[in-house]
Structures are given as C-alpha cells and as structure tokens.
Design a protein around this ligand. Structure first.
Ligand code: UD1
Ligand code: CA
Length: 458
C-alpha cells in the first residue's frame, strides 16, 4: 500500500543504568551488531531515514551508524516521553512511528504490519501490544470494557490486579505528529520514577476522543526490550536461534547447536557442517561442503568450498577450496592459503601467501612469507622475520616446488629459489639458487670411545 508520510523516531537516549555499563545500553553487542542496529535494520523496509534520540555523548552512535540515521540529542534523561519531546524537533511528516531502541527482536514485518493496520484504521494514536506468559516489569495495556484502550500502566506503578494483565506494551507506537506535539507538551511526571512517559500520550489521546488503536502482534513474542544483562543474553539466544533456523533452511548442518555461536552476518554454503564448540564471527563467509570444527573459531575469515578446519583459530584469513587446517593452528590476518593446501597441527601463519597444493604440516611459524605452489615446509620451520630493530618485518620468499627440510630457520629477507632443497636443521641466511641443495648446519663430529674414557675418569 502507499503510505502516508511517516517519520521514524527511535528512542535510544536512555542511559541503561540497569545494564551497569560504561557503554550505552543500545550499543551492547548481539551476534556482531549493537542492539540498535537490529532496530534500524528492521525499519529499513519503511521509507525514510530514522531519527535517533541519543544521550549527549553520541560519538559512538555516530561512528556506528554514520549518516544512515539522523541524530537528536536528549541532553538529560527524563524518560521516554521526554525523549520523544526532544525528538519531535526533527519530525516533519504527518505521522511519526515511535520505537524503543532497546528491542532487537521485532522484524520488518512486525513494524510494517503495525504501521499499515494503524494507518488503515485512521488512528491518531496507536500502540503495538503483545501477550507474554511472563510480562515481568513491562507496561500493561489496560482496556475499557468495550475493548478500546484506556491507558498503559508501568508495572512499578500498577495495582496488583493490573499486574495480572498479560497484555504488554511493546514500545512501538504511531502518532499523528500535530496531535503528539500537543500531548508531549502536556505530559506530567506523575509516577514513581518522576519521569515523563510516552505511554501517557495514549491515555491523553483516548481522553481527547481521538481514534486510538491498539494492535495485537501476531506470532510469538517472548520478551520486549533489553534492560539488563540477563535480558541481553535472552535476546541473543532468540536471535541466535533465528540465525540457526535460516542456516538450516540453506542446507547447513550444525552439530550440537547449543554449543556454537554464529554471528548475524555470517554466510555458510550448503552441505557444510559446523561442529560443536565452534564460533563464526563478523563477516565470515564459508563455502559449501566444508567441515568447520569441532572447536574452531573463524573471525572475518573467508573459507572456500570443501575445506576442513579443525580446532583452530582463524582471523582475517582466506582459506581456499579443499584445503585443510588444524588441529590447533592459528591463522592471522593477511594469510591466504591456496587451493588444496595444508596448514597442519600447531602452526602459526601470519600475513603469508601459501600457493596451491603447498603444505606446512607441523609445528611451524610462518610470517610475512610468499610461498609458491607445491612447496613442502618441514616440521618445526621458523621464518625469522623480525630483527629486533626495524619497524618493517622482513619477507621470506619461497618459490614453487621448494622442499624445506625439518627444523629450518629462514632468516629474512631471504629467497629460496624454485625447486631448491634445504637440509634438515639448516639456518638459511642467504638466497638459495634454483634446484640447489643448501646445507647450513654444523658438520657432525663423532668422538670414538668418548663415553668409556669419561666414565673411567681419563
Ligand atoms: C518502556 C515502556 C513500557 C514498555 C517497555 C517495552 C515507558 C514509560 N514504558 O519501559 O510500557 O512495556 O518499554 O520495552 O516508556 N529512553 C530515552 N530517554 C530516556 C529514557 C528512555 O531515550 O530518558 C529510551 C530508552 O533508551 C529505551 C526506550 O526509551 O530505548 C524505553 O525506555 P526504558 O527505560 O527501556 O523503558 P522500559 O522501562 O523498558
Ligand atoms: Ca526497555
């Protein structure tokens, strides 16, 4: 339907004292995004750039949301009604959709359906209500005998019989802007908190004989808003379940889902298995038919099809198709492992390129290296990339088809040219020519009869 002109006002000016945190409540993280991000995201299906009411210190809001939203400062916190009063200075549309910024759970459909139903009914003021099994501290919706809305009472101001009501205020409202300006001017802080409540505007609308509509949310509502850490965890669990459900629909298997964490933006291809204890964070992208875990953490990682990453920590790295990592390896930013490569057990790899089919099977540190195709790095090899003085790390270049013997130190900057071999235990300090064998270790000396002489005291 074509909508009337509607501005969106998101209330995020509260300090969130119940969170006991230095971070503003709505900026607390859930699955890789702040709470408020989910609200802004769900409201994207409604035209217009939302207006966000913030506390005075709002740099963190600005750096998170940039110019996706407009900002209005609420200099002092005198309640949700006061936040709306502050926000109204930026409202120019005929209607204003007011939304709490501390509830990441309502979907785009929830907001849109409420808005469309309210406008269709010609409401001057409307609220979205929901029925909860445990309404807790939420505002209760009190209706007249004919079912119309009488008022909303906060749990802390409610009489015992009012607390029995399970229909709650979700904190989502629609108002005709001109009327709302009048109501917010008339609000009084007559409640236990001595705050201005936006909810009082609905009672005023009813008293003024305006068309007040109370829309009951469809579907299941488990909670409304986050005020303290327990609710942060509960909301995160609900969103995690939604994320898992969407992965299942996309053909992803998750083993023991209660033990995994998968951020909201993570993308996983079909037939990939995410095994227990794994954590996929940030903008991680995993291809199809991979095995991730058990006990793998991927942070902003990019994993190609058919890869296996077992019990490893991977951050900012690219692992191309059909490669194998782990168990127990650490891949750091800037690492790119080619197709069919292997980074085996107990390896640390940093800012290094590993060519297709190359292998670092065991116990190595490879940093700032470019490794060509079909290279084998012997167990226990170290790239010595830091001289203890310069800011820049030195690079190690290992061309294709090279074989590095076990327990080598490659003292960078150094190049091992194509097809060369290095002997076990070598400390390579200068470039190795193509197809040569470099031996850089002490020559073995056998002292015949040494033990016998030692024992007899000679
Ligand atoms: C509010 C509602 C309650 C509803 C619940 C749903 C009021 C009076 N009560 O209660 O009926 O059931 O939400 O979640 O509104 N805020 C500001 N400035 C302030 C105070 C709050 O911008 O000075 C913002 C908060 O950041 C928050 C929203 O307004 O996003 C609601 O405030 P909050 O303190 O969380 O209200 P609740 O007690 O949860
Ligand atoms: Ca709240």
């Amino acid at each position: 339907m074509s909508l009337a002109s509607v501005d969106i006002l998101i209330l995020a000016g509260g300090l969130g004292t119940r969170m006991k945190s230095a971070t503003p409540k709505v900026l607390h993280d859930i699955l890789g995004h702040p709470i408020l991000w989910y609200v802004v995201e769900a409201l994207k299906s409604i035209d217009g750039r939302p207006i966000v009411v913030t506390p005075a210190e709002n740099e963190a809001f600005r750096s998170e949301f940039g110019d996706q939203v407009r900002y209005v400062v609420q200099p002092e916190q005198h309640g949700s009604g006061h936040a709306v009063r502050c926000g109204m200075e930026a409202v120019s549309a005929e209607y204003v959709l007011v939304c709490n910024g501390d509830d990441p759970l309502p979907s785009a459909d929830d907001y849109r359906e409420f808005l469309e139903e309210s406008l269709t009914r010609g409401a001057d003021a409307a609220v979205l209500a929901a029925s909860l099994t445990s309404p807790g501290q939420l505002g209760r919706v009190l209706r007249n005998p004919d079912g119309t809305l009488s008022r909303i009472v906060e749990a802390r101001d409610a009489r015992p019989e009012e607390l029995e009501v399970h229909e709650i205020n979700t904190g989502i409202y629609l108002f005709r802007a001109t009327d709302l300006r009048g109501w917010v001017a008339r609000m009084e802080p007559e409640n236990t908190q001595r705050e201005y409540y936006i909810t009082d505007c609905l009672a005023m609308a009813a008293q003024d004989g305006k068309t007040v509509y109370c829309h009951t949310a469809h579907g299941r509502w488990e909670m409304a808003g986050i005020n303290e850490r327990g609710e942060l965890a509960s909301a995160a669990a609900i969103l995690q379940q939604r994320k898992l459900d969407s992965l299942y629909r996309d053909g992803v298997t998750v083993d023991m889902p209660a033990t995994v964490r998968i951020d909201w933006d993570v993308v996983v291809g079909r037939d990939t298995e995410i095994r227990q204890g794994s954590c996929l964070r940030g903008g991680t992208v995993v291809g199809s038919s991979c095995i991730i875990g058990p006990h793998t953490t991927l942070v902003n990682a990019n994993v190609g099809d058919g890869a296996t990453i077992l019990a490893s920590h991977v951050e900012g790295a690219v692992i191309n198709s059909n490669s194998v990592v782990g168990p127990f390896s650490y891949l750091r930013p800037g690492t790119v492992a080619g197709d069919h490569s292997k980074i085996g057990a107990f390896c640390e790899v940093k800012a290094s390129l590993l060519g297709a089919g190359s292998k670092i099977p065991h116990l190595s540190y490879i940093g700032d290296a470019s490794i060509g195709e079909n290279v084998n790095i012997g167990a226990g090899t170290i790239t010595c990339n830091y001289d203890g003085f310069s800011h820049e790390k030195h690079r190690t270049v290992i061309e294709k088809d090279v074989f590095i013997g076990a327990n080598n130190n490659l003292v960078a900057p150094v190049t091992i040219h194509e097809g060369a071999y290095t002997a076990t235990g070598s400390t390579i300090t200068h470039d190795v020519p193509p197809k040569a064998l470099a031996i850089a270790r002490a020559v073995q000396v056998d002292k015949e009869g040494w033990v016998r002489r030692k024992k007899s005291g000679q």
